[in-house]
Design a protein around this ligand. Structure first.
Ligand code: NAP
Length: 533
């Protein structure tokens, strides 16, 4: 009877925008814990409150420098508890069109600003992110589930793109090319492409926006951002800070939308003739849909798509470093990053030792819980579907002969035990598709050729990692891996100074680094003739 009451209360629509406001809302949340999370540590039965300074907890769309409401709202949930955090304006194609028009209008003046002016505004935006880093991190933890430590890390990473591109803005040099004609000069001038549509995923709700927007604004483009349904709050907080930084109206627009409205919003953002460029981060399947939409008006496109990273440990490796790298690369954000190691290949000479040390490290280092608890290293997955995908891969592997050395179970809600599988083979699902969860499957191999062949047998190629202390092997393997980014004796490689991007069906273009700004730039050839020299 009690459970039935809980269930009824849980299903009741709440009129509250913020957590902990009414007794009904709090009661609903506690019921959710009891119903869904019995296997988790006792600490999970606490009530968690998102206490963020009011100006940063925005729930409306941001278009042309104004906060706009839509005809309806959609809820944003804490994936750890199912608790409703906020209700956000559900922007549709109308609001998306308004945003594109505003960005196009703003582009006419923004492109005329000096690089130094743009640089100073980006720098101010970065500084405000730093000032509010705790609150921005709380938003990330509550809407996407990652731990506070990782969320602070994401805010630092995210703001670093505004800082980096504020510096790059002033180095957007063109060329003066030696001319073969005495009466003509050849100039190559860099100009912004125009309005850019930016579509981002939930797993880095802040950094996936700034990595694109920093480059776009630095180049002189204006943008319309559509964040993921699960994580609009971080995007809207960025809009608030952009406004405080003095970024002019229409330069940065955000249209949050529910999954139902997403295709119609995406249609506007990828087909409107006023949009010159689309930049997308997300799954390969969605990337293909957006590329097809953009083809009719031949828009420029950058695509940061799915990965399936191999992690190879050779006999010559320092096993302790390889174990530390494996833990960092696999279990960051509970395995939900596109560069997470997905397939582990370990050479036969150190296979048993590696598994033993890895199992011990998982026991001592990984703790499940709510991301806001300081003890937690592993939050929930983004939703129940994501946890079911991991369970499905585990069952498939076990049915084909894999051994579960650690974990293997889905806990209630979207929590999944960190899982270690041995005796994995390349016919198992977990070595053929991206997991996006805390599953670490280990395949034994004998030779370097064999490892490279199975690592490269994939239609995607984002990141790849390997551990070896043999310098010649390091060169051979680094060059032979079919990926856009290689970690050599290193499991965490992302930084704003280095490029980010993949080969094969992992995408098109590069973000960050000295290359990122070029995604938002056209190079115009000017032939200056008739000169009497
Ligand atoms: P997803 O389903 O492709 O969604 C990503 C974004 O696209 C969300 O904002 C989503 O909106 C939107 N979207 C979906 N269908 C759309 C449509 N028809 N028109 C316009 N927008 C549309 O990806 P995900 O599951 O959230 O993210 C996980 C994937 O992203 C993984 O494959 C991961 O590897 C990849 N990823 C890649 C990188 C990289 O840099 N290469 C970085 C992070 C993640 P809704 O939320 O409303 O559906």
């Amino acid at each position: 009877m009690f459970h039935l009451l809980c269930l009824l209360l849980f299903l009741l629509p709440s009129s509250n925008m913020y957590p902990g406001v009414s007794a009904v809302c709090a009661f609903r949340t506690r019921c959710f814990f009891r119903r869904l999370l019995p296997d988790l540590p006792a600490v999970m039965h606490r009530h968690y409150t998102l206490d963020v300074a009011a100006p940063l907890l925005r729930t409306q769309g941001y278009v042309d420098g104004r906060w706009i409401s839509a005809a309806s709202v959609f809820p944003v949930l804490d994936p750890a508890t199912g608790q409703e955090l906020a209700r956000v304006s559900d922007c549709g194609p109308g609001e998306a069109k308004q945003a594109v028009d505003a960005a196009y209008k703003a582009f006419q003046s923004w492109k005329g600003t000096t690089a130094k002016e743009r640089s100073l505004l980006l720098r101010k935006w970065h500084d405000l992110m730093m000032l509010h880093k705790e609150d921005l991190a709380k938003l990330i933890t509550f809407e996407c589930g990652k731990t506070m430590r990782e969320s602070i890390g994401e805010v630092m990473y995210s703001s670093s793109f505004l800082e980096w591109f504020s510096e790059e803005a002033r180095r957007m040099y063109g060329d003066i090319v030696p001319s073969p004609f005495k009466d003509r000069k050849i100039l190559q001038l860099k100009q912004p492409v125009g309005v850019a549509s930016i579509i981002t995923p939930w797993n880095f709700p802040s950094a996936m926006i700034t990595r694109k927007v920093g480059a776009a604004l630095a180049a002189g483009c204006t943008v319309v951002v559509k964040p993921a349904e699960d994580t609009p709050l971080s995007a809207l907080a960025l809009a608030e800070l952009a406004e405080q930084a003095g970024i002019p109206a229409g330069v940065f627009n955000v249209v949050p939308s529910s999954r139902e409205k997403t295709p119609s919003v995406g249609h506007v953002l990828c087909t409107d003739p006023l949009v010159a460029k689309i930049s997308f981060t997300g799954s390969t399947a969605t990337g293909k849909v957006l590329l097809k939409l953009a083809a009719d008006t031949v828009k420029r496109a950058s695509m940061e798509l799915g990965g399936h990273a191999p992690f190879i440990v050779f006999d010559s490796a320092d096993v302790d470093k390889a174990v530390a790298g494996a833990i960092a690369s696999k279990f960051r954000n509970s395995g939900q990053t596109c560069v997470c190691a997905n397939r582990f290949f370990v050479q036969s000479g150190i296979y048993d030792l590696f598994l033993e040390k890895l199992g011990q490290a998982m026991d001592s280092e990984l703790r499940l819980g709510h991301g806001s608890d300081p003890e937690t290293t592993q939050g929930p997955l983004i939703n129940v579907r994501a946890a079911e995908k991991v369970v499905n891969q585990v069952s498939d592997a076990v049915s084909l002969g894999a051994k579960v050395l650690r974990g293997g179970k889905r806990l209630e809600g979207s929590f999944m035990e960190p899982t270690l599988l041995a005796d994995v083979t390349t016919d198992m699902l977990c070595t053929r598709e991206e997991t996006f969860g805390p599953l670490l499957p280990v395949v034994r191999f004998n030779t370097e050729e064999e490892a490279l062949a199975i690592a490269n047998a994939s239609n995607v190629g984002l990141a790849g990692y390997f551990y070896s202390q043999d310098v010649s092997q390091i060169w051979r393997v680094a060059e032979a891996l079919e990926v856009g980014m290689v970690g050599i004796n290193e499991g965490i490689i992302s930084t704003s100074e280095a490029l980010f991007g993949g080969v094969k069906q992992s995408g098109l273009g590069r973000e960050g680094s000295n290359h990122g700004i070029n995604e938002y730039v056209e190079v115009k050839y000017m032939c200056f003739g008739g000169l009497k020299l």
